[in-house]
Structure formats: structure tokens, C-alpha cells
Design a protein around this ligand. Structure first.
Ligand SMILES: Nc1nc2c(ncn2[C@@H]2O[C@H](COP(=O)(O)OP(=O)(O)OP(=O)(O)O)[C@@H](O)[C@H]2O)c(=O)[nH]1
Ligand SMILES: [Mg+2]
Length: 189
């Protein structure tokens, strides 16, 4: 293969992002993906049902191609999550802000994934969506608790985690998501 075709191939790769959408069942992962597909692929919004297994969608954004891997979050499916870790550019971790009782479970699952960082890759960007903000009057206590629960982990691993409050139902807070997902690939150019 000539140098020019190697460079071309690399440039193409730099414009591709693989985004893994994970989190507990019912947190709103497929609804986030549905909002993205409606916004960037003009697909009418659909009624989502629990994901059994996984779904892959490719979404064009600016001059990038984003591959979204929407994985089912039910506890029976979680042992298979690590099959999807390789070559992930962005991990989108979705939390149901209205399910306070499940916050600990969600943080524990995220911690388990972060402890397995060599599989996920140390360059993987981690974005936490505190979803269903439309159902919660005051989101601050949820975000404070989340950051406190993760702080020890963050200190140890020096993992920058971005936290975004969203509503996948209304799209509130989601406008900046695709730019964030492709930003990492853009920086490599
Ligand atoms: N009010 C509100 N409801 C939401 C929001 N996001 C998702 N939902 C609802 O939450 C329920 C679960 O959403 P899903 O997108 O299927 O959740 P999931 O995380 O993909 O669930 P699994 O596929 O089982 O892992 C659905 O009834 C959605 O309509 C949100 O931001 N606000
Ligand atoms: Mg789903």
C-alpha cells in the first residue's frame, strides 16, 4: 500500500467515531439514540421498547461518521457488555435521574467498567448523561451525589468525566452531544 493511500485511510479513520451507549435498563439509552436519529437522520421519533441485545446505528455529523452502539442494560445482559468495549472512542453512560434508588447501582456498574479500563482504552472519552431531567424538580442533589460517589475513582484513575443533564424525551441538553462525540476525532486531525 502506498503512503498516500495509508494517509487517506488514516484520515478516513479519524473521521469515524465509535460511541458505546451504556447504562442501566430503563435509563433512556435508546431514547437518546432515537433523538439523535430524529435530529440528524430525519427519522420520525419512535416508541422505544427495552433493548434485547444491541442495535448499531451510523449517523453522519458534519464530515464525520458516528457509529452508535445501543446496548441493552438489563442485568441479564450486563455480563456481555465487555464484548463491545474494544476500540471505543466515547462511552456514553446514561443515568435515570428520576430513579434515585438506582443511582448507587448505576455508579457501581460504571466503576466496574472503569476498573476494566485497559479493555475500553485510556483515550476513551467518558460522558455521563443525567437523563430524564424533565421528571426531576431539582437536579443538583443527584449531580452532587454522583460526583461524590465517583470522586475517589476519578482521583485514583485521573479520569475526566463530563456530566450533562438531559431529557431524551424533549431533547433538552442533547444539542451539544454530537459535537462532543466527534470532537475527539477532530482533535486527532
Ligand atoms: N420523562 C422521560 N422519560 C424518558 C426519558 N428518556 C427515556 N424515557 C422513557 O424511559 C423509558 C425507558 O427508555 P429506554 O430508552 O427504552 O431505556 P433504555 O436505557 O434503552 O433501556 P434498556 O434498553 O432496557 O436498557 C421509556 O418509556 C422512555 O420513553 C426522558 O428524558 N424523560
Ligand atoms: Mg434500550
Amino acid at each position: 500500500m502506498g503512503l498516500l493511500s495509508i494517509i487517506k485511510k488514516q484520515k478516513l479513520k479519524d473521521r469515524e467515531s465509535r460511541c458505546l451507549v451504556l447504562g442501566l435498563d430503563n435509563s433512556g439509552k435508546s431514547t437518546v439514540v432515537d433523538w439523535i436519529l430524529a435530529s440528524y437522520k430525519n427519522r420520525p421519533r419512535q416508541l422505544v421498547t427495552p433493548t434485547v441485545g444491541f442495535q448499531i446505528h451510523t449517523v453522519p455529523f458534519q464530515n464525520h461518521s458516528v457509529q452508535l452502539w445501543d446496548i441493552g442494560g438489563q442485568s441479564t445482559l450486563r455480563p456481555y457488555w465487555d464484548n463491545y468495549f474494544d476500540k471505543t472512542d466515547v462511552l456514553l453512560w446514561v443515568i435515570d435521574a428520576a430513579a434515585a434508588a438506582r443511582l448507587g447501582e448505576s455508579v457501581d456498574e460504571l466503576k466496574t467498567i472503569l476498573q476494566n479500563r485497559d479493555r475500553l482504552g485510556y483515550n476513551c472519552r467518558i460522558i455521563v448523561l443525567v437523563n430524564k431531567k424533565d421528571l426531576v424538580a431539582d437536579l443538583d442533589p443527584v449531580i452532587v451525589r454522583l460526583k461524590t460517589d465517583l470522586s475517589e475513582m476519578l482521583k485514583l484513575e485521573n479520569v475526566p468525566i463530563e456530566v450533562c443533564p438531559t431529557s431524551a424525551l424533549t431533547g433538552d441538553g442533547l444539542d451539544g452531544l454530537m459535537p462532543m462525540i466527534v470532537e475527539k476525532s477532530a482533535r486527532k486531525l
